[in-house]
Design a protein. Structure first.
Length: 235
């Protein structure tokens, strides 16, 4: 785990110059991973919450938090119970905090400009079994992550002036009609009206969204849709 922490160039990750302190991120994660009691875990957490991953005083989250989330979840699974509690608290704080207007997105395997909150939610969903096994706290984190849904388009069909988009839904699409972001090849377009046409069945994730006023050619296979409100979250 320490090798994975040290493999990250924390100084190369962008962040607000007055708030983000890369050295706190690296040191805090190393110390949290090795914490053997509540005091040591709390001291490490204060580094991460005081400029390493979030800036607790201002309520801001940094792009480094998205990079650190899988590491924090590793710590939660493998380290001392006190470290686990602090790690989960930091992930929870990062997910609910707002980024500075100039540092709102990160590059991931499924997009080059993914909102920080959505990237964190993706990592939480990847540990569903572990988090669900923690009971109420883990289930609450998963419920929060579900609000930051993601839809990957696989096929589209014209339906009058709208498009029925078939694909994989991660998270929970809320009821009603919502604005969304369409990510295609590094470009982002706003979809004014998107609604859930058919929900996933039997936990498959397969779903259908209705995109109003758009043609299938505008929604190519492989494009990804995120909540517009996540892209608009700024400090």
């Amino acid at each position: 785990m320490l090798d994975a922490i040290d493999a990250v160039d924390w100084g190369a990750i962008p962040g607000h110059p007055d708030w983000y302190e890369p050295a706190r991120a690296a040191r805090g994660l190393r110390e949290l991973a090795g914490a053997a009691n509540l005091v040591e875990a709390a001291e490490a957490s204060s580094l991460l919450g005081g400029g390493g991953l979030v800036h607790g005083h201002s309520g801001a989250v940094f792009p480094a938090a998205a990079v650190a989330t899988p590491l924090l979840l590793d710590i939660a699974q493998q380290s001392h119970p006190a470290a686990r509690d602090c790690a989960l608290g930091l992930v929870d704080e990062a997910l609910s905090s707002y980024p500075h207007v100039e540092y709102t997105r990160v590059t991931t395997s499924y997009g080059t400009a993914v909102p920080i909150c959505c990237a964190i939610a993706h990592q939480l969903r990847a540990r569903t079994a572990f988090l669900a096994g923690l009971g109420k706290r883990g289930r609450a984190l998963l419920a929060d992550a579900a609000e930051h849904w993601r839809f990957e388009i696989r096929e589209c069909v014209a339906d009058s002036n709208d498009t029925a988009a078939f694909g994989a839904l991660a998270g929970c699409f809320p009821g009603g009609v919502h604005a969304a972001e369409l990510h295609v090849g590094g470009a982002i377009a706003v979809l004014e009206e998107v609604a859930l046409e058919y929900p996933p069945v039997d936990g498959s994730g397969e779903a259908c969204l209705r995109v109003r006023g758009r043609r299938p050619a505008e929604l190519p296979p492989g494009a990804v849709i995120f909540p517009a409100e996540c892209g608009e979250r700024v400090h």
